[in-house]
Design a protein around this ligand. Structure first.
Ligand SMILES: [Ca+2]
Ligand SMILES: [Ca+2]
Length: 366
C-alpha cells in the first residue's frame, strides 16, 4: 500500500539521485558555439591569442615555434587544453557558479596586464620619461656631491640607488631590442582582448594553477622582488632627502617622482605575489566546500567512474563528441566502462513505482 509518506520518500529519493551521483552540480552539456557564447568566445579568442603569440615569438627567439592549439597541454594531464576549454565553455553556459569563477579569474588577469603595462613603462621608460635605471642614477648624482655625501645615511642611499640602477640595467639588457616599450604596451592591450580564453585556461586544473604561479614567481620576478627591499628603503629615505638644504626645485621633483613610481612598482609586486597565493586564482568547479578537479584529465566531470582522460582517449575524434561523453550528455560513447544501464533501469523502475503508488493512493482517497 502506497501512502502519502511513501510518496514523500519517493520524491526525496528521486530528488536525491543526482546528488548521490555527483557531489558537484555540473550537468550534461553539449558543445555548440552557435548557442553558447562562452564556447564561441573561448575558441575564437584562443586562436587569436595563438596568432598574437606566434607573431611575437620570432622577436624573442627565431627558433621558438608554437605547436598547433589542439596539441598544447600546459597542465600536462594528457588531455589537450583545447578539449578541456571546450568542456568548460559548454559548462559555463549551464552553470552560473562557473561564470562567477571565470569573472574572478578575468579580473585577476586584466589587473595583471594593467600592472605589467605600468611597470614596463617605468622600467623601460616611455615618452619623455627615461628608463628607471637612468632616473635612479640621476638621483644618485644629485646626492653624490661633497655637500651631502659625507653624511653616512645619505651615502647609504647613494649606494642603494647605484646598486638598484646596476641591477635594473642588467635586467633590461636581457630584453631583446625588438621588444620596445611601445610594442609591449600594444601587446598587453591586445592580450587584454583575449581575457575570456586566458581566464578559462588559467583555471582548468590545479596543475595549471601551479604553472601560472610558477610563471609569476619565475626568474625575472625573483630578481625584481630582490630589488623590492632596496626600493622600499629608498622610498623611506625620501622625506629626509628632499629636506636637504640647497636642493633645487627640479632636483626635488626628480627625487619625488622617482619615489612615486617606485611605490607603484612595490604595489604591483605585492598584488602579483597575492595572485600566487593558493585560492587567489579559481580552479573551475572546485570550491572550498567541494574538492575535485572536474576539468582536468585526472578529474571526472560527470562522476561516472571514467576520468576525463579515459573519455578523451575514446572520443577525441571530435571536440563535440568529447564534451558530450565527458559531461554525461552521451552515456553511450564507445569505451564507456561504466554504462549506467542498470542505474537508468532502476531509476525508471523507481519513478514508475512512485507514479503507480501515487495513482493508487489518489484513487484510494476518492
Ligand atoms: Ca591539458
Ligand atoms: Ca567521467
Amino acid at each position: 500500500m502506497m501512502k502519502v509518506s511513501g510518496l514523500v520518500v519517493c520524491a526525496v529519493l528521486l530528488a536525491a539521485i543526482p546528488c548521490m551521483a555527483t557531489p558537484m552540480i555540473l550537468p550534461p552539456v553539449t558543445y555548440n558555439e552557435a548557442t553558447c557564447s562562452y564556447a564561441a568566445a573561448i575558441n575564437t579568442q584562443a586562436y587569436a591569442l595563438m596568432g598574437t603569440i606566434s607573431g611575437v615569438l620570432p622577436l624573442i627567439d627565431p627558433d621558438l615555434v608554437l605547436p598547433p592549439l589542439g596539441e598544447i597541454d600546459l597542465d600536462g594531464d594528457d588531455v589537450p587544453d583545447q578539449y578541456q576549454m571546450a568542456l568548460l565553455g559548454a559548462a559555463l553556459c549551464a552553470v552560473p557558479d562557473l561564470v562567477v569563477q571565470l569573472d574572478a579569474n578575468k579580473a585577476k588577469y586584466t589587473g595583471l596586464l594593467t600592472d605589467l603595462d605600468a611597470v614596463v613603462a617605468i622600467l623601460l621608460g616611455s615618452g619623455t620619461t627615461p628608463a628607471a635605471a637612468t632616473r635612479l642614477t640621476a638621483v644618485a648624482d644629485i646626492l653624490d656631491v661633497p655637500a651631502y655625501n659625507t653624511d653616512p645615511s645619505v651615502a647609504a642611499v647613494i649606494d642603494g640607488l647605484r646598486s638598484a640602477a646596476t641591477t635594473l640595467s642588467g635586467l633590461t639588457a636581457q630584453i631583446p631590442s625588438a621588444i620596445t616599450p611601445a610594442l609591449v604596451h600594444q601587446l598587453l592591450g591586445q592580450l587584454g582582448t583575449f581575457q575570456t580564453a586566458v581566464a578559462a585556461l588559467i583555471g582548468l586544473s590545479s596543475d595549471m594553477q601551479t604553472q601560472v604561479t610558477d610563471l609569476l614567481t619565475g626568474d625575472l620576478m625573483t630578481q625584481i622582488t630582490d630589488i623590492r627591499g632596496q626600493v622600499v628603503d629608498i622610498i623611506a629615505a625620501v622625506p629626509d632627502l628632499i629636506a636637504l638644504p640647497g636642493l633645487t626645485t627640479p632636483q626635488i621633483t626628480t627625487i619625488t617622482s622617482l619615489a612615486a613610481d617606485a611605490q607603484i612598482i612595490v604595489d604591483v609586486l605585492d598584488r602579483t605575489i597575492a595572485i600566487t597565493v593558493p585560492g587567489a586564482l579559481k580552479v573551475y568547479g572546485v570550491s572550498a566546500k567541494l574538492a575535485g578537479d572536474p576539468f582536468s584529465g585526472t578529474g571526472d566531470y560527470d562522476a561516472d567512474g571514467n576520468t576525463n582522460l579515459v573519455t578523451y582517449n575514446a572520443t577525441k575524434a571530435t571536440i563535440e563528441g568529447f564534451v558530450a561523453a565527458a559531461s554525461g550528455a552521451n552515456l553511450f560513447w564507445p569505451g564507456n566502462t561504466n554504462m549506467p544501464v542498470a542505474g537508468v533501469l532502476g531509476l525508471m523502475a523507481l519513478a514508475g513505482a512512485c507514479a503507480l503508488g501515487g495513482a493508487t493512493s489518489i484513487r484510494r482517497k476518492k
